[in-house]
Design a protein around this ligand. Structure first.
Ligand SMILES: *Cc1c(COP(=O)(O)O)cnc(C)c1O
Length: 251
């Protein structure tokens, strides 16, 4: 990749990042929320490791990926960068996409947080994977998981139905190698984002009653950041508004 191309992509990502952080900050202020209460999680799926490296050099230390194979390869590509001795060099990788149980073990080796846990079977597989990774010295901390909630009961999009949320949360909280971090949701395609996020917020409030440490609320994407922040999102997962349109792939 020519230097000039890297320079122009850096300028582009830097400008979009500044604009996006300003947009999130404006949403936070409009919602009357505390400074620092909403984090940006850049979503880098479909974009090359080189873009992640640029964002890393711009100061980002968390990245969201949604496909296991692609993510595992990028984690390996960026390992050298993120394991230098400098303070604050580590990357926290977030798995945000649907995850099959047979991929749980490999994801548990590199993920800081999995946002898409929606069944006890998947939680059990991740717990076993995290246990193995801890034993092998591949990770130092339990795996943090967010429970993905279905707001429309469409099984195709993933997520646990609200009626089963407490049971799943209790099971994760009791898993030795998992830590219950909070909730995640994707609003239904045809629904009003505002009412979907309001529903999510009320589920989060009741979860916090049982599990006070489950403070993360992963909600909001490029098109609905403001509504998500209005309803208490602590982590907006943003792809397109930062990276540009996703490249066309055959995958
Ligand atoms: C791709 C993706 C995002 C980012 O979506 P944009 O609309 O591009 O910001 C957020 N969350 C999940 C689960 C995704 O798969």
């Amino acid at each position: 990749m020519a230097e000039s191309t890297v320079a122009s992509r850096t300028a582009e990502l830097s400008a979009r990042l500044d604009g996006l952080l300003a947009r999130i900050e404006a949403a936070r202020v409009a919602a009357g929320r505390e400074p620092g209460s909403v984090r940006l999680l850049p979503v880098t799926k479909f974009f090359p490791a080189r873009d992640i490296e640029i964002l890393y050099r711009l100061g980002r230390r968390e990245f969201g990926e949604s496909r296991e194979q692609e993510a595992t390869a990028k984690v390996a590509d960026l390992r050298a960068l993120a394991s230098s001795d400098e303070a604050d060099s580590a990357i926290a990788w977030h798995m945000i996409g649907r995850l099959q149980r047979n991929k749980a073990r490999v994801v548990a080796r590199w993920a800081h947080t999995v946002h898409s846990v929606d069944s006890e079977r998947l939680a059990t597989a991740l717990d076993a994977g995290a246990r193995a990774a801890l034993d092998a010295g591949e990770r130092a901390e339990p795996l943090r998981v967010l429970l993905q909630v279905s707001l429309d009961a469409d099984p195709g999009r993933g997520g646990v139905v609200p009626e089963e949320l407490d049971r799943l949360a209790d099971g994760v909280a009791e898993s030795a190698s998992l830590r219950l971090g909070g909730l995640m949701a994707i609003p239904p395609l045809d629904a009003d984002a505002d009412s979907a996020f309001a529903r999510l917020a009320s589920l989060h409030t009741s979860l916090l009653g049982r599990h006070p440490g489950a403070t993360e609320l992963s909600a909001g994407m490029s098109g609905d950041i403001e509504q998500a922040v209005e309803h208490g999102s602590t982590c907006v997962r943003v792809g397109t508004a930062l990276m540009g349109p996703r490249p066309i792939t055959s995958a």
